[in-house]
Every structure is written in C-alpha cells, then in structure tokens.
Write a protein that binds this ligand. Sequence first.
Ligand code: NAG
Ligand code: NAG
Ligand code: NAG
Ligand code: NAG
Ligand code: NAG
Length: 442
Amino acid sequence: MASSSCHILLLLCSILFHISPSIAQTSFRPKALVLPVIKDSPTKQYLTQFSQRTPLVPIKLTLDLGAPYLWVDCDVGYVSSTYKPARCGSAQCSLAGTKDCRDCFEGPQGPGCFNNTCRLYPENTINQVTLISGVVSQDTVSLQSTNGGNPTKLVNIPNFIFVCSKSTLGMLNDLATGVKGMAGLGRRKISIPNQFSSAFSFPKKFAICLSPSTTSNGVVFFGNGPYVLLPGIDVSKNLIFTPLITNPVSTAASPQVQEPSSEYFIGLKSIKINNKTVPMNKSLLTIDIAGFGGTKISSVNPFTVLEASIFNSFVSVFENELANVPKVTPVAPFELCYNSNSFGSTRVGPGVPPIDLVLQNESVFWRIFGANSMVQVNNEVLCLAFVKAREDFRPQTPIIIGAHQLEDNLLQFDLATSRLGFSSSLLFRQTTCANFNFTSNA
Ligand SMILES: *[C@@H]1O[C@H](CO)[C@@H](O)[C@H](O)[C@H]1NC(C)=O
Ligand SMILES: *[C@@H]1O[C@H](CO)[C@@H](O)[C@H](O)[C@H]1NC(C)=O
Ligand SMILES: *[C@@H]1O[C@H](CO)[C@@H](O)[C@H](O)[C@H]1NC(C)=O
Ligand SMILES: *[C@@H]1O[C@H](CO)[C@@H](O)[C@H](O)[C@H]1NC(C)=O
Ligand SMILES: *[C@@H]1O[C@H](CO)[C@@H](O)[C@H](O)[C@H]1NC(C)=O
C-alpha cells in the first residue's frame, strides 16, 4: 500500500515537472531565495539587483514594498531572445488582472510596444508619474537561492511576468542613478514574492531587513526562515505577529480599475510615548469605505509621515517627555531637534523615550527606540525622524510608517495567512540587517 501510493506520487511529481515551465528547466528546487538591498545615499532609496533577459543582464531597481509588480524600462537597450509580450486574453493578462487591450501606435513594434497586448499602468511611486500603457510582458529572471545563512545556487525563472515601461516619458526621473525600474513586493498575483513562491512552490512569505548603511547590503528573503544574520542569529524566531489589513480602495496615483490597494496596512490602535498615549482622532485609524484612514508600511517614504493633527499631537507629547532637554533650531523637514550631546547612547541608539505603536491589543506593540526614532542631521543635531503630511489636501493614509523606522528591524510578510511578523530593533539581539553573509556557498 505504501509503495503503491509512492508510485502514484512519483507519477504525479513527474507530470508536474513536465507541465510546470519554471521547474522543468532546473532540477534543483530552492526552498528560499535571497536578494541584496543597498541604501542609495543621495536619494535614500533602497535598491536591489537581479538578472533578467537572455543573455542575462543585471538590472538595478528601486525596491517598493507596497507596489504591485516589477516594472522595467524597455525603451533603451532591451535586447533578449526570451522576451514575450502578453497577448490579449492570455493567461498572463488574467493573472495580471487586466483587460485593457491595445495595439502599438507610438512606434516600431518591439519590447514595450506590441499589437494586441494587455496593458497595466506602472507607477514611479517616488514622483507619482504613471504610464498608462505598460505592456504586460514575460522574460527570464535569475537570482540566488539561499539555505538561510548564505546564498546558494543561482536559479532561473523563465516567463517571469513584468511590465514594460518607457524612460522617454519620465518614468525613471527621480530614481537613483543606474536604476531601470521598480521592484514591487506588494499584494498582487504578479508581485515579485507571489511569482517567486509559485515558481518553486515554497510558502508565500517574504521578509525585508533594511540597513541604514549605504555601503553594506541589507537583505530580502523569499520563502520561510531560517533567516540567519551573523553571528549566527536566526531572526525568523521570536517575531511578534499582527494581522495585515487590506485597503479595499487603490492607493495608486492613477488607479487603472477599481481594485484593492497593493500596499500593506496594519491595525494601529494607538501610539504611546514613554507609556503616555498620544491623543488623536481615532476615526483616522480605521479605513473607511472610500479607502481613507489607516496605517501602512512604506519603503519609499524615507521617514514616517503623519497627518497634521496626529503629527502635532505626537510632537507635543514627545517634547513634553523631554521637557528638561533644551531644543535647538529645527532642521527641515523635521520640527523637533536637540543637541546630540543631550542624550546618552544605548545599544539601540540615543537614549530617548521609546515610542510604542500599539496594535490589536495593549499587549501587542512595536517599540521604536532612538536608532529608529531619531536621525542625526549633522554633527551636532539630532531630530525626531517623523514628518508632517502636506496640509493642503487630506491624505488618503494618515499614518505611513517610513523606511527609517524599519531599518535594522526584520519584517516578515505572510501572504497566505495575511499577517506581519516583526522583530523590533535587531540591535538588542546584537546583530543588524547588514549582517547577512552574502558569500556564496553554492
Ligand atoms: C498594429 O496595429 C496597427 C493599428 O491597429 C496597424 O495599423 C498595424 O498594421 C499593426 N502592425 C502589425 C505589425 O500588425
Ligand atoms: C502605563 O500606563 C498604564 C495606564 O495608562 C498603567 O496601567 C501602566 O502600569 C503603565 N506602565 C508602565 C510600565 O508604566
Ligand atoms: C475625525 O476624523 C474624521 C475623519 O477624517 C472627521 O470626519 C471628523 O470630523 C474628525 N473629528 C474631529 C473631532 O476632528
Ligand atoms: C493580544 O493579542 C495576542 C495576539 O493576537 C493574543 O495572543 C493575546 O491573548 C491578546 N491579549 C489580550 C490581553 O487580549
Ligand atoms: C561567510 O560564509 C562563508 C562561506 O560559507 C564562510 O567561509 C565565511 O567564514 C562566512 N563569514 C563569516 C564572517 O562567518
């Protein structure tokens, strides 16, 4: 009995191997993949890189945690023998969730301009430029797998779905030097984590660990832990969990259709500083039917952005808790600054009052220490690293947790169970996000 079910399984496996293009070309099936992430100093963007096309070319991309998919400039120098546009009505178009079907009027047929292809609207989320006719496309991508502690073999994923964009229309403006597109890790069937997980049938999970360093790599893991950082610390352990929330209304600058936001929202209930609650209008914390309200996590906002009334209240509580520390003239865009010498240094940064983001109940909170709450703006001045949202219009999302607050924290996104696992500051555990050993063990 055992042996006959085994035979049936083997038969099933071999059928699966033959019909799945991603697996057919590589007999090695990784359990997890890994990408390096480096902070670009002039733009404060987090950049990653992997290879695409045939022959393979390394592509530098700005990472966007909440963006729906990978988009790449196809205008300049896109040469590949494995490039394929997605024809209208194909399985790729339905996976991409678009029925927008067009011919190529703008120029010669080639990557980024084909007749009878489906289209998406890729967005440069740094400057909100949107291209309203990006061709849904497929090509090979290649990156390293991991055993959790080092990169291992390079793996290829044929037919990876992405969107072709056009540099001529300003889509690459305001991105870091050398960047050719944006890498979206958000909630969509064709997002990078979902395609990686489907290609190798590993769990639909990924984790980001952003480093404040502009010279050492942080890391993104795709798949389950272990996620091991030197000296041998598995940071996939001891995470605190909170549900991920979906905003039913798109947060894109120019939404293509009525669709939920691809960004990751969490259920923030209150903010405490030194255990003092920051007074605020609680109705701003829930997402209403128009998609306004709530708290999202963003890798493209360098600092947490708070709606003006929340910001003013937040700054005043923080200031009160440091009532006997003299302030200095603030350095824009920050509004509360001190002399750096006013604070002692601790393992987790300058010794300032801790900030708690209180989640589903009072005992579940994300504690933010000095390394993440304060920013050194010059040799003498240290500022509260939170900024006020523009006051001339009502922001759709009143609380955007930005990258400075995410640095040296591990965040694991479990897409199957829709929950976020977070570590709080890894500095407490005597490691940092720059401590993944990128020396290959292949
Ligand atoms: C592409 O479509 C346009 C407009 O529909 C048509 O004029 C042109 O001949 C088509 N080109 C090709 C190569 O099919
Ligand atoms: C925090 O404040 C609450 C009441 O607001 C109090 O019950 C609790 O003991 C305080 N915790 C600490 C650590 O001071
Ligand atoms: C609280 O915020 C909601 C949503 O923006 C708004 O409609 C309401 O007027 C605000 N309440 C107060 C007291 O400011
Ligand atoms: C708070 O939430 C956590 C996780 O959801 C749960 O395990 C815990 O029992 C809750 N605590 C209280 C006091 O409700
Ligand atoms: C990093 O990994 C390589 C390959 O396994 C190993 O030789 C090296 O000792 C590791 N580095 C550290 C600092 O542990």
